[in-house]
Every structure is written in C-alpha cells, then in structure tokens.
Write a protein that binds this ligand. Structure first.
Ligand SMILES: CC(C)(COP(=O)(O)OP(=O)(O)OC[C@H]1O[C@@H](n2cnc3c(N)ncnc32)[C@H](O)[C@@H]1OP(=O)(O)O)[C@@H](O)C(=O)NCCC(=O)NCCS
Length: 205
C-alpha cells in the first residue's frame, strides 16, 4: 500500500500535524480517547429554568469511573457507518509517535450533526495520548481543525461533549468556543449514558 501520509504543516517543538486518509485510521484508533471521570457538571435549573441554568462541579458518587467514547463507535467503524470522503482526519506526531488525533466532519448528506448546513463543520473527535495531555497538543489539533474548516468556507465549527467531561468543557471554552445547546434529555434512550447531559459548543470561525 502506498504510504499516503502528507505532511502539511510543522508546529512548535517536535510536534507536527499531519493529514491522513481513511485507510490509516488504524493508527489513529490506537490513541486512547478514554479518561477518568472524577467530577461532573451538575446542571441546576432555578425556577424550572426561568431563573437561569447553573453548572456546579460535583464529585462522582462512586469516586471515579472510566469513560471510553470508542465503546460507542471507534474510528474503525466510521467509514462503515458514515460517508467520510469529505472529512478531515489529522494526527499529531512527535517524531514517529502518534500523540494525538482530530477528525472534522463536513459536507456529508444525511449527517444530523451537520444540521443540513454546508457552512458548518463538526469536530467529530479529538484525542491526545493520556501521558501527553496538558502539553498543548489538543490546542494544536483544535486550531488545525478550525483552520481546515475555515478553508472550506465554514462559518462555525460545532463540538459535542457531555457534562461528565469537565476537562473537555474547560478545553473548548479555553479554545474560544461557546456553549450553544444544553440538551438534558438527549441520551435518555441510551441506557448506559442516559444520565449524561449533551453540551454542544460552537466556535465562530
Ligand atoms: C480534551 C483534550 C483533547 C485536550 O487536549 P490537551 O492536549 O490535554 O489540551 P491542551 O494542553 O492543549 O490545553 C489547552 C488549554 O485547554 C485548557 N485545558 C485543557 N485540559 C484541561 C483540564 N483538564 N482542565 C482545565 N483546563 C484544561 C487549558 O486552558 C489549556 O491551556 P493551558 O495549558 O495554557 O492552561 C485531552 O484532554 C483529551 O484527549 N481528553 C480525552 C479525550 C476527550 O475527552 N476528547 C473530547 C471528547 S468530546
């Protein structure tokens, strides 16, 4: 198989972002997306919402648990489930080591997350190798994804996360995204995650 990785840009230090194609998703999938949940943002309504909605960070009753998004659809299943030919798939490389990945969905018919809009992209996935988290790699990937979306004339980039992912919420906020939707009942039909609140963030591009 032809080695199709295209080096597109070199960033600071030793980390570079490369663009890959769907035949290389096995490398991407080896980067764990799982994380330990120690606290969650409890969503509290005052006067049934008329008095406002407040986020309060609370410890998890059981102490902590592991959350793994790949249990619900790993990168290896994307091409089976969706038409990903217009998607951007990126990896952060430190020398020969893949230390992070990000994927942007765009211009895909029938994908509800994209709201039928051509000027909206969705940051479908972002993950950094656990030992490398907190060192700026997520920021590099996020900024690359935003620039990629901008180059396709997108006005906004949307990002879905949940109230149980406090680190991701803080990360998206730090990246300049704003909370758009708080969907308290979005996952009620999915037993394993029925208690989670869906939070959709939007970055103006
Ligand atoms: C979310 C994730 C991609 C962030 O990547 P990262 O490389 O750790 O983030 P960075 O080091 O680039 O952080 C950039 C900024 O985001 C904020 N931030 C990142 N992680 C944070 C955390 N755990 N707590 C508070 N703020 C955080 C900080 O403001 C940080 O800037 P600073 O370092 O100058 O303070 C990474 O933690 C991860 O892989 N998590 C598991 C997978 C996941 O949850 N993906 C998202 C699914 S919705």
């Amino acid at each position: 198989m032809v080695f199709l990785i295209q080096i597109t840009r070199i960033f600071s230090n030793h980390v570079e972002i490369i663009e890959i194609n769907q035949t290389q998703l096995d490398q991407y999938a080896r980067i764990p997306i799982s994380f330990e949940v120690h606290t969650v943002f409890e969503v509290v309504l005052t006067r049934n919402g008329l008095g406002g909605i407040c986020f309060t960070e609370r410890p998890v009753a059981s102490g902590h648990y592991l959350k793994d998004y790949d249990q619900f659809g790993s990168p290896l299943s994307w091409a089976v489930e969706f038409d990903i030919q217009n998607w951007g798939i990126f990896m952060a490389m430190d020398g020969g080591l893949a230390v992070g990945g990000a994927t942007v969905a765009w211009n895909t018919a029938g994908n509800d997350m994209l709201e039928g809009r051509r000027d909206l992209s969705v940051l479908w996935d972002i993950r950094v190798l656990p030992v490398m988290r907190g060192h700026g790699i997520g920021k590099l990937l996020f900024e690359y994804a935003a620039a990629w979306s901008r180059s396709r004339d997108c006005e906004e980039m949307k990002i879905e996360t949940q109230n149980i992912n406090v680190a991701a919420c803080r990360f998206y906020s730090a990246m300049g995204a704003e909370l758009g939707d708080i969907r308290r009942f979005a996952y009620h039909s999915q037993a394993l995650i029925a208690h989670e609140v869906q939070l959709n963030w939007y970055l103006r591009l």
